[in-house]
Design a protein around this ligand. Structure first.
Ligand code: ADP
Length: 259
């Protein structure tokens, strides 16, 4: 017997999306958005239809990182079409507010805005959606993890002890709500001097790998601190899109192949 038609408000979120991966970090500034973007681009490079959803509502960075300006179209006045560049679709609150306007919403308003964005965007069929989560492990992050049919989560951390401590909280949050943790990524693993090629382990290379082992989570890979990664992101041409054959792009591609 067919199930009765669900009311619009009860429709499952994102029915046309085959899998949803959340990219999270215990704290801000560790490179979560940079990782989400390059990971999404690497997945698209594998031939998948990819959407990138910027849930980092207090600091949306996707418009800049993907080099997209302008506002999403709404052909029927109800739904929004995602923006597109470098072969991926994207939606961000950053497309709907001016960059200099601070967002001062409280948690429930943030959840309302995120839910509305998730319901009202016509993504079309996607093989995979990458969600750039807000940093940290507060109520908003918990609600997203509970409300969305997440396939799994990856956690980005620098090798520093404090960042790892926060990453551990993130991992425990996902485990508490039964979202599989696909693994840890170490960002800003080490620094390669552009002049002499010397590797400097500024934040203590290898911390995330050791932590992953301790937490019985997979270690997905490491990405060094490199000016090219920052410059390409700032220019709206992330390294995986603009220099897909570079060693750093290869690092993201190797991680994408594992998720
Ligand atoms: P988060 O989303 O965790 O707040 P971002 O992805 O916005 O962090 O990164 C913070 C800053 O660090 C940005 O300017 C970004 O370009 C830079 N950054 C991130 N990862 C790297 C890296 N591996 N090498 C160089 N710069 C990086």
């Amino acid at each position: 017997q067919p199930a009765p038609q669900a009311k619009p408000a009860e429709r499952p979120l994102l029915p046309q999306v085959k899998s949803i991966i959340a990219v999270a970090s215990g704290k801000g500034g560790v490179g979560k958005s940079t990782t989400s973007t390059n990971l999404a681009l690497a997945l698209a490079g594998m031939g998948l239809k990819v959407g990138l959803f910027d849930a980092d509502i207090y600091g949306p960075s996707m418009p800049r990182m993907l080099g997209i300006s302008g506002q999403p179209q709404s052909p029927d006045g109800e739904t929004l079409l995602p923006m597109e560049n470098h072969g991926i679709k994207c939606m961000s609150i950053g497309f709907l507010v001016r960059e200099e306007d601070p967002i001062i919403w409280r948690g429930p308003m943030v959840m309302g805005a995120l839910n509305q964005l998730l319901r009202d965007v016509e993504w079309g069929e996607l093989d995979i959606m990458v969600i750039d989560m807000p940093p940290g492990t507060g109520d908003t992050q918990l609600s997203i993890s509970q409300n969305l049919p997440l396939t799994g989560a990856v956690i980005v951390s620098t090798p520093q002890d404090i960042a790892l401590l926060d990453a551990r909280k993130g991992l425990n949050m996902f485990r508490k709500v039964d979202v599989p943790v696909l693994g840890l990524i170490e960002n800003m693993s080490y620094y390669v001097c552009p002049k002499c090629g010397d590797e400097a382990h500024i934040f203590g290379h290898g911390g995330a790998k050791a932590e992953a082992a301790r937490l019985s989570a997979e270690f997905l890979g490491e990405v060094p601190l490199d000016i090219a990664i920052r410059e390409t992101s700032d220019a709206g041409t992330p390294i995986v899109a603009s220099q897909p054959d570079s060693p750093h792009a290869k690092a993201y591609q190797a991680i994408a192949a594992k998720v």
